[in-house]
Design a protein around this ligand. Sequence first.
Ligand code: PEP
Ligand code: MG
Length: 344
Amino acid sequence: FRRLQREEAELSRELQDLIGLPSATLDGVTIPLHANTGLLADITPSLRCGAEGVGLYRTEVPFLVRDRFPGEEEQRRTYRQVLEAFAPAPVTVRTLDIGGDKSLPYFPVQEDNPFLGWRGIRIALDHPEIFLTQLRAILRANEGLNNLRLMLPMITCVAEIDAALVLIRRAHQELEEDGARIEYPHIGVMVEVPSAVYQVPAMARRVDFFSIGSNDLTQYLLAVDRNNSQVADLYDALHPAVLRAIRQVIEDAHQSQRPVSVCGEMAGDPAAALLLLGMGVDSLSMSAASLLRVKWAVRSFSHSQARALLSEALQLEDGKSVRELVHGHLEQAGLGGLIRAGRR
Ligand code: PEP
Ligand code: MG
């Protein structure tokens, strides 16, 4: 164990050398690596590891740590700190995604099936006063910075996007009428529900970018509760169905000239990141702790190797075989330290 501990510390030190080096494959394809944030305490580690922006700012976190809904000005100040810390790099702010496993103590919701119930954009659209307050706060936080990208969670149909866009335009217009000069941000949606996978062309007519929430997408595609340890063995983001769904989203989005990011946990898994690279994903967003590990993997393979690996992986019939295949390639390339404790 001492040896493993020593080797892990050595690996972490070596990875520090990658800070500041481009996140690019051996054949020169760059893939920006962004950080996932929620608490203000996430900002410093994200900047230290060289994140090129924030790919997912979970705004429900500041709501979860309070005992009442934060007001517009309180929210604005919080969001401003994140936007300012990363400016001019992009910060993707996701609107409130409560419900499911994230319930606010001061907004109790009782349901038999919370993951299939009132969550994400559904609550926001049913409570426009909460949503508009948040939208005004987010838009105002961006004043003079212009590095905001706004993202909507749990989208299942285009009507939800249309309704949300009406409210975003209204919030923007109200602020302009108040005399504020605020750029209208790029707007994107999360693809984290199976129905969204098959709606990409229609959604692309309404928004500027997509981000794949692989945590929920895996849960809903495989019908496995992401938090239930009883069925944890069945939860696998490398399941061929999940990989095919993601590949289709990326292909369809690119057909419509829209970029795609992945911001679920799989983006921070070096093995999964290689497959996503092979699919042509445009950026990855992950926790700061994973970023340099993924960068090491990206810099150790060419894009054509990642593409070949993906086509091999897509011939396989289950997630376990996919993982074994990719882990084998990581070992061969001398990156075994990424997939197990120690280096040898
Ligand atoms: C996801 O579902 O993959 C995601 C990034 O959102 P969250 O984990 O916050 O549900
Ligand atoms: Mg989600």
